[in-house]
Design a protein around this ligand. Sequence first.
Ligand code: BTN
Length: 253
Amino acid sequence: MNTLLKTKYELVQFREIDSTNSYCLNHINELNDKTIVLSDKQKNGRGRLNRQWISNSKDNIYTSIVLKPQGSADNLPLTNITQYMSVKLCELLKEYNINANIKWPNDILVNGKKIAGILCEASFTESNLNGVVLGFGINTNFDPSKNENIDKPVTSIYNETGFVIDKLDFLKKLLDLFFFDYELFIKQKFKFIKNKYIKFFPYIDEEASINDSDSITIGKIKNISDDGALILQMSNGEEKIIILGDLTCSVKV
Ligand code: BTN
């Protein structure tokens, strides 16, 4: 175990687990705010929109953060926490000379290939928020050409730079960046990161289709709203605000 990480953050560490997000959700009442749960591998890593997150390489990062922000859930930027994390990840990757972009809402891509994914889940008892679990998988040192199980274009820090990095050092830097102005973000919500988010979002004015579980919406991306939603212009000129879905654009960034 990395001692620096251990002294600064409350840590729960596994060699293998079904999913760090599921563990946090199942133990949400016993885990303190800002506990970090990490595992070398996951047997049932979960992604957005009920997808699987293949987690068989101990060269990558599989981590969840337990967050227990104060205040009523209605007044917290719960849906934007993934976007806040995606900005922090892109900023950190830049320090490693990697130009990553955000595909709304929170896919992290390098030249159209996925380098990291984020899954945020909240636990409620009736209307009371027990906590939020912010899970992320980062392809750090694995070699995508040796992993045939992944059917989408993927890359890793190693693949982009040719260097093997200390993944726990990367994780510590990310956690430091994340918590540096997290309280400000919780108070000021998406507006606090909007400009930075847009800097990493190169799809404005692109034609796009948004897939949610039961429909596809096609239009041109006009902007990101002050609360992090996608503003799409439809062919009849009307604007539609999209708060959930999977974005596909022809441009690869
Ligand atoms: C995505 O679909 O892009 C999100 C992937 C999130 C994967 C991470 S790995 C750690 C945490 N535990 C999970 O089961 N999923 C998240």
